[in-house]
Design a protein around this ligand. Structure first.
Ligand SMILES: [Zn+2]
Ligand SMILES: [Zn+2]
Length: 330
């Protein structure tokens, strides 16, 4: 017991954890679910702590998420300038969000952005070329919705500048200190994306929907793990945002490009091996997103997923299970 107390003291005092001891990024959860609860679909606001401006990580829910977060005090440190015509929600949307990072074009990742577009300000949509093409073809086509983009069919309203990200090279994110690198992910036949953000040497990685490499017959996740391992070894990775859509009760053939607690732990063990071996992920922040909403009596997938992850957390990672409106720093 004494030994354990001493170890705990050492951990707290010397901050022996994989993630940086001082938070480097601020996050607001706009939407936490992976379907089907409209108004609470996958989206986060994220900024480097020293920046004023946010980007979004996906945009399944936007205005409703800003509104819920504002009610919970997420923007209490933001003062709307007197000369602004907007309330806090409008000011955050139009002035403080400088870009959307869209992992893939599935509706639960873009609905909030599309619905807000008529009243939005000019912004970049940052995505892989296949995702930007899908957005233009599927939504911004004057059939599903007016074309607020600068691509695709018909008259272009040019509100959103679609900015393609290359895999393998850094791109600066306008009006922030962030730079970003994109990695393709395999999501049941669809190309999804992981975004690696770097602000002055500190990093954060956000995964859109993805299946495990083994089930997807892919090496996409392994490729990301190899790229972020050096940050972990230098204690410069603030956190990993990754989906766990289903509990362990779902069979592999019914995953449709998603992860379970078992599969996430399997993948994190690969990352541990690449990052310096046993114990190298201790204290690393893992933000669990995209938990499916259940309409079944007595069913609470979030609680089950939390239990299933913690039950096998011999890696010592720090799981975070955000709810809509939550703010936190990593
Ligand atoms: Zn999704
Ligand atoms: Zn999806």
């Amino acid at each position: 017991m004494k030994k354990f107390a001493l170890l705990l003291f050492a951990l707290i005092t010397f901050g022996v954890t994989a993630s940086p001891s001082t938070p480097q990024f601020d996050v607001v959860t706009l939407g936490a679910r992976g379907g089907i609860q409209d108004g609470n679909l996958t989206a986060f606001l994220m900024k480097a702590s020293k920046d004023n401006n946010f980007v979004t990580l996906d945009a399944g829910t936007l205005v409703n998420g800003i509104s819920v977060a504002a009610d919970q005090g997420a923007f209490n440190n933001i003062t709307v300038p007197e000369e602004s015509a907007y309330n806090l929600i409008g000011y955050v949307l139009k002035e403080r969000i400088k870009g959307y990072f869209i992992s893939h074009a599935h509706l639960d990742h873009v609905a909030g952005m599309i619905i807000a577009s008529p009243d939005d300000s000019f912004k970049h949509i940052y995505a892989l070329p296949s995702v930007n093409s899908a957005l233009a073809e599927t939504y911004f086509n004057w059939v599903s919705w007016p074309n607020f983009s600068n691509r695709g069919e018909g008259f272009k309203l040019n509100k959103y500048t679609m900015t393609d990200l290359n895999t393998g090279s850094w791109k600066n994110v306008e009006a922030t200190t962030l730079k970003v690198k994109a990695f393709p992910l395999s999501h049941s036949g669809i190309e999804s994306t992981a975004f690696l953000f770097d602000s002055n040497g500190h990093a954060l990685v956000y995964f859109g929907d993805t299946g495990p490499d083994k089930v997807e017959k892919s090496d996409a996740l392994n490729n990301v793990w190899r790229s972020i391992a050096p940050y972990i070894e230098e204690k410069k990775l603030a956190g990993i945002f990754i989906e766990v859509s289903f509990t362990n009760s779902v069979e592999d053939k019914f995953l449709f490009g998603h992860l379970t607690p078992d599969w996430l732990m399997h993948e994190l063990r690969s990352l541990e091996q690449l990052s310096g071996g046993k114990g190298s992920l201790k204290g690393l922040n893992i933000v669990v997103s995209h938990i499916k909403y259940s309409m079944k009596k007595g069913d609470d997938p979030k609680t089950v997923i939390m239990q299933q992850l913690e039950a096998q957390n011999d890696l010592g990672v720090n799981f975070i299970f955000p709810s809509q409106g939550d703010s936190f720093s990593l």
